[in-house]
Design a protein around this ligand. Structure first.
Ligand SMILES: [Zn+2]
Length: 279
């Protein structure tokens, strides 16, 4: 599942590649992908002829601001992808939406599972469409989070355990299992530690690890492995997989303490961690 560093990688690519371009035409091979707009026609009508002014990210949603005042929202979900293509590139079977620009090729959304979606809405109606956006937590990549803001937001979660807390979008946005495990290992904290038991020093470590790992992984254009597939707009893989300390490394020695990394399953969720140096 793409997490914050992967979606931010796509956003930066879209900012470079689509801002200032005008939409010539829109094809929708899979109408289900635009169901929120009611029909293919309704979706196309609000996009054809408009120009893209900016591309932002709200948690894991990509939000294009259009010169019509509308927003185009793309949610690639767990298995979707966005790609820059030319009209000559073969249209794959899983292609859902094709946006052609007046100058400069196409943007395609595709998803083998068919769950990715796109819709056009207004800034006022966005929250109604996606109510979760009303209670999003910290986003350290979108805007710097101060140490005090971080410590303050922990106060409301004293009885939570650390791993579920990191996965809670109301605390911090965009983390899935991979980066949550890497952050906890970097901070030297057990995934099942309760917030109320961690010291000020440990909170500082958690804060630093959260910010550093998200920035580092974004700099590497995300993580691409068989279990965590990801390609950017150009179809290129990220390189953060070479930096992973615990995720997918069960049975191998911990790079910090040489003890064996464990893979644990609880409640349908898999956690990789080092029982020796995460306390
Ligand atoms: Zn270790």
């Amino acid at each position: 599942m793409p997490e914050l560093p992967e979606i931010e990688t796509i956003r930066r690519g879209l900012e470079r590649e689509t801002v200032g371009r005008r939409v010539k035409s829109v094809d929708v091979p899979q109408a289900r992908a635009v169901h929120r707009n009611g029909s293919r026609k309704a979706f196309q009508a609000r996009l054809e002829g408009v120009k893209i002014k900016s591309v932002d990210r709200r948690a894991l949603l990509l939000v294009f601001t259009l010169d019509s005042g509308d927003l185009l929202v793309a949610d690639i979900g767990a298995t979707g992808r966005l790609q820059r293509t030319t009209p000559k590139d073969e249209v794959t079977k899983d292609t859902q939406v094709v946006v052609s620009f007046t100058q400069g090729g196409q943007l395609r959304m595709a998803d083998p599972e068919g769950t990715a979606e796109a819709f056009v809405t207004t800034p006022d109606a966005l929250l109604e469409e996606v109510p979760e956006l009303g209670e999003l937590g910290l986003d350290p990549v979108a805007s710097p989070v101060s140490w005090t803001a971080f410590a303050q937001s922990l106060v409301n979660h004293r009885t939570d355990k650390l791993k579920p807390l990191l996965l809670d979008q109301r605390f911090v946005v965009g983390l899935g299992g991979l980066y949550a495990d890497e952050i906890l290992h970097d901070a030297g904290l057990r995934p099942d530690r309760e917030v109320s038991t961690i010291s000020t020093m440990e909170i500082r470590r958690l804060y630093r690890s959260l910010v550093e790992i998200l920035h580092e992984a974004t700099k590497h254009h995300g993580t691409s492995t068989d279990e965590h597939p990801f390609t950017d707009l150009q179809g290129k893989e990220g390189s953060y997989q070479d930096e992973l300390q615990v995720w997918g490394r069960d049975g191998q020695p911990c790079r910090r303490c040489r003890q064996t990394i464990t893979r644990q399953r609880s409640g349908g969720r898999v956690t990789y961690w080092c029982p020796s140096c995460q306390v």
